[in-house]
Design a protein around this ligand. Sequence first.
Ligand code: GLY
Length: 310
Amino acid sequence: MNERNVGLIAHGGAGKWRPGSDDDAVEGLRAAVEKGRAVLLAGGSALDAVCATVVTLEDNPIFNAGTGAVLNFDGFCELDASVMASDGARVGAVAALQRVKNPILVARKVMEETDHVMLAGEGAQRFARVMGFGDHDPVTPDRQADWKDKREHVGDILGAGALKMRKFLKDHPEYAGGTVGAAAVDAKGVLAAATSTGGVTLKLVGRVGDSPIPGAGNYANAHMAASATGTGEFVMRSLAARDIAERMERGATLEAAMGEVLDRLGREYDADVGLIAVDRNGHPVARHRTRDMPHAYFHGTEAITSKMRV
Ligand code: GLY
């Protein structure tokens, strides 16, 4: 086994973490990466490693994915998730999925058990039940209280053309943050990425973000695996994850490619986003345009590093 080239990086969302929750977020990332690291160091696949990492983050209610996801305008969770592996460009995704515990595992089932790439809404939920995923309400009391507060102030937030919403999210990026994601390479050189989210608070019912869109919020090919976070509309417009891959196909290093993509996101959209990725040698890179993006990573036989910002 080529232990020196395995690597994994995970994020807990680009934004601004509330004072007091910083340590929990960094610790949550470390614990999640520990799960993925154990898979890789035991000779497991990058796909298993990113799924183990993201399941741990989905089950941690401080992150905006799975249990503890943010609520939409009507007060319930619609979950987006996707997985992708570089061998055979395998990909599976779910969008606007309700009432499951681990949307990332449903996305993986779409990849492994169907001829489709993405299932959405009611159909995704029906598929999840057939695959044995039980009913689970991801709404937590904290998220519900948060939602009530925001609904009461919605008049102040929304204005003509929702320009105020844009300004509000820019001033308070903690409202949009908390998506989770992981990218890894295993000892066989296969790369995989997984991303899961509740989307953005007060989103319209049916809104789908970047996380389940291959090439936007999640992507893996022979050069790299990446997961994006932040306001998904910018990530979808820019196809950020695929843009990193294309720059690497033209010869850029992962570090340079991510720097260029983040610069473009700033120049063209002033976007509140973050990115994590690994290259095929397991080298992990994190970049963000927000104040915070809790993340953790390891490479080869190194110990795990976890921190709130780059
Ligand atoms: N990046 C997560 C979302 O916008 O849905």
